[in-house]
Design a protein around this ligand. Structure first.
Ligand code: FAD
Length: 319
């Protein structure tokens, strides 16, 4: 049984504003044996632990920092139904049958997330008014028209909006049009992550934080999972380390190309923000240097874009 760790400095707005508490816990299982060892406590690792525990399997999540330390506690919080690529390109790359299965699975992803939130009563500022994919220019609008035709063909609830409709839904006439995807919504991602952790623990999974997995070796039908604080034996291992992957598994790190993205939040704006995203959709645009915009539950505007920000909020920031 592991014990809670003291709180640390917040790593993001979502960390500071999450209603769900941090469940960081010490590693105290040296030499124990489990069905599944999971490396990384983001959405992937925690969801895997929760689902494994619900099936009656013993699962132990090992996290170098704390739950949500990676992308899961820092992202925009758009619960999108699809991936970056247009549906037609997914079909081209994967073939008609696999592409269709893939798109269906991703199309259902938001309802899976919303079901988990509902089932485990996760407090994560959930909104279900859709997300907006905004056309930054004429080429972006053509891209969105193509995506819309594809989604329509698949019978998905996605609307193509003209400039006037986008102006009403965003508070700016900067966008040439947009897609409103009714399947989607927004969350406080750290809240969701911590809620998954809470639910996984409640179902009997173990989560240890501040413990780095340093080696994986297969011996006599079991994995020996070495960490900087002891070892764990496991029948299966899930690597849920995402872009934070280190040298743990040969070659895996090389499969990632790091791209930086920053977000800035205003103070809570109250009625001043009422005309901006009045229905609280989260927004991302079609620009190559993509930007994002959303409101949080306290009416902060959270603005993001690709790149790295230097400096500090008081003395000035540069990109
Ligand atoms: C700025 C940004 C904005 C994004 N916006 C969105 C969005 O709006 N909507 C959306 O759907 N997706 C978004 N994403 C993507 C989304 O955040 C990720 O796909 C998701 O969080 C990945 O979750 P994960 O659990 O796989 O990995 P992560 O949450 O990154 O977790 C990986 C974890 O592994 C741990 N780890 C790594 N190596 C080890 C080791 N050796 N031992 C122990 N622990 C280890 C790390 O500490 C980390 O906590 C965004 C990503 C970023 C960065």
């Amino acid at each position: 049984m592991s014990t809670p760790l003291p709180p640390q400095e917040p790593l993001s707005l979502w960390d500071a504003s999450s209603e769900e508490a941090d469940v960081s816990r010490r590693f105290a299982e040296d030499g124990a044996s489990v069905d599944i060892a999971i490396v990384g406590a983001g959405f992937t690792g925690l969801s895997a632990a929760l689902h494994a525990a619900e099936l009656g399997l013993s699962a132990h999540v090992l996290e170098a920092e704390k739950p949500g330390f990676g992308g899961s506690g820092r992202n925009v919080g758009l619960v999108n139904a699809g991936i970056w690529l247009p549906p037609a390109e997914v079909r081209d790359k994967m073939g008609e049958t696999q592409g269709a299965k893939f798109l269906k699975a991703f199309g259902e992803a938001p309802s899976r997330v919303f079901d988990l939130i509902e089932k485990h009563q996760i407090r994560c500022e959930v909104t279900r008014t859709g997300t907006l994919h905004a056309a930054h220019g004429p080429s972006g609008l053509r891209d969105l028209q193509g995506r819309h035709a594809e989604w329509q063909r698949m019978g998905e609830p996605v609307d193509l909006l003209d400039r006037a409709e986008m102006t009403r839904l965003t508070g700016t006439d900067a966008f040439h049009g947009g897609l409103l995807d009714h399947r989607a919504g927004t969350i406080n991602p750290m809240g969701y992550c911590r809620g998954l952790a809470r639910a996984a623990l409640a179902h009997g999974a173990e989560i240890s934080t501040g413990v780095t997995v340093t080696g994986l070796a297969r011996k006599a039908g079991q994995w020996r999972v070495s960490t900087d604080q002891g070892t764990l034996l496991a029948r299966h291992v899930i690597l849920a380390t995402n872009a934070y992957t280190d040298t743990l598994w040969p070659g895996l790190q090389r499969s990632f190309t790091p791209i930086h993205f920053f977000q800035l939040a205003t103070p809570p704006l109250g009625p001043e923000a009422a005309h901006i995203l009045p229905e609280r959709q989260g927004l991302w645009d079609t620009g190559r240097v993509m930007m994002s915009l959303r409101r949080d539950a306290q009416d902060r505007l959270v603005i993001g874009s690709m790149g790295t920000v230097f400096g500090d909020a008081k003395r000035g920031l540069s990109r």
